[in-house]
Structure formats: structure tokens, C-alpha cells
Design a protein around this ligand. Sequence first.
Ligand SMILES: Nc1nc2c(c(=O)[nH]1)N[C@H]1C(S)=C(S)[C@@H](COP(=O)(O)O)O[C@H]1N2
Ligand SMILES: [Mo]
Length: 222
Amino acid sequence: MAEDEVTLQGAIREKLVRAKEQWAREGRLLTGETASPQEQRLPPGQRLVQDFPVLDLGVQPDVRPERWRLRVEGLVEERVALDWDGFMALPQRDWTNDIHCVTAWSRYDNTWRGVAARDLLMLARPKPEARFVVFHSYDGYTTNVPLAVFAAEDALVAHSWNGAPLSRQHGGPARIVIPRYYFWKSAKWVTRIELLAEDWPGFWEVRGYHNNADPWREERYG
Ligand SMILES: Nc1nc2c(c(=O)[nH]1)N[C@H]1C(S)=C(S)[C@@H](COP(=O)(O)O)O[C@H]1N2
Ligand SMILES: [Mo]
């Protein structure tokens, strides 16, 4: 497995994980409001920041592009396995969107460059029974979304942020970006995209966080 070829530094911060589980039990930060992006740019309960906070489990895998692999597998007609050159040879596109983290910071106007999820799915050709996606990352993190959300035009695998290669702390060499959901759905250091018939809740989803994670509906915990 590609995951085994990458050295991990640090250990999962169990105290931090337990603190975030406690937030979920308490319903911390919940305002009980909903809103729509047409009415206001900032979702309920969020505050705008100018910096770019770093959130992870305490492990930031050191994945050199030469060692990085991206697989699209599971319920696909064609398993896809890309190395860095193969990934960079796919059509490159640009996106600009806002980030909303469940810990209540939002950051506007992030520009990303990378490969459209749709282009990866066109290569893999999902089987008709595929309905969910799980992202697997080099740090052992997982998170899940409906296939329809990953197949939407705003979902991507990003390798650059605001004009520069994505830094290691933000998930470089490549991460998922799913802008319509809280940022925990945007897996950093992604290596495997698995298509499934049944939903498979990921790391935070099994620890009290909402399965769907729509910031406009304040789907923080579930
Ligand atoms: N592989 C991996 N991806 C991850 C995480 C993680 O711990 N590991 N944390 C998630 C959470 S909770 C958030 S808010 C964002 C943070 O991304 P950033 O550090 O670039 O701000 O990454 C998400 N993706
Ligand atoms: Mo987060």
C-alpha cells in the first residue's frame, strides 16, 4: 500500500480528539439558525478570519510528490492509480471559494488549482450502484460524502492554494476540497478515493460530527 511507504511523524493527539468529541456532545457553537448563501456570505455561528488556521490530528505526513499516489477504486469500472506526473497531466483548473470550519472560522476567497473530481470520475467510471465516497489519507484520516456531491462541479483535488504549491501543513502535495461542506470533509494528504454502495462514516463522523456537514444548516453534530 502506498500509505506504508510514507513516514509519519508525531502521534494522534488523543486529548484533542476527546475535546472535539466533547464539543459534539455539548452542541458547542450551535446558534440554532439556518441561512442561505444568497442572504449572507457568512454561515450561522461562523466568524471571519484572515489567516489560514491549520487543523489536523497531530500527524502531518511528509509525502514527497515522488512518493505520492492517488487511487480511485471500489465500485468503479476502471481502477485509477496515478502518480504525481499522471495527476499533473490531467486537465488543470482553477476554483475560488470560501472555507467554513466547524470550529467556527471561515476564510473567504481561497483560490485553488487542481484536478476536477469530475475528471477523475470520468476516468474511473462509477458503477451504477456506487452512491457514496470515502476519502482515505496518509495520516489515517477518513471522511465521507455522497457521490453526487463529489461529482459536482465545485469538488476537486487541489495541489495549489493562492498561487503556490499546497504546503504540507495544509495537506500537500494534494487534498480534497468540498467547499459546500464544513472543512473536515476536505481530506488533506489524500491517497485513496473509494466508491461504495453504502455510506461509511469517517473519522469525525463516528465521533459525534454530522454525516452531512452543511454549514448553512449548521450541521455541526449529528
Ligand atoms: N488527512 C486529514 N485531513 C483533514 C484533517 C485531518 O486531521 N487529516 N482535518 C480536517 C479538518 S477538521 C479541517 S477543519 C481541515 C483543516 O484544513 P487546514 O489545516 O488546511 O485548515 O482539514 C480537514 N482534513
Ligand atoms: Mo475542522
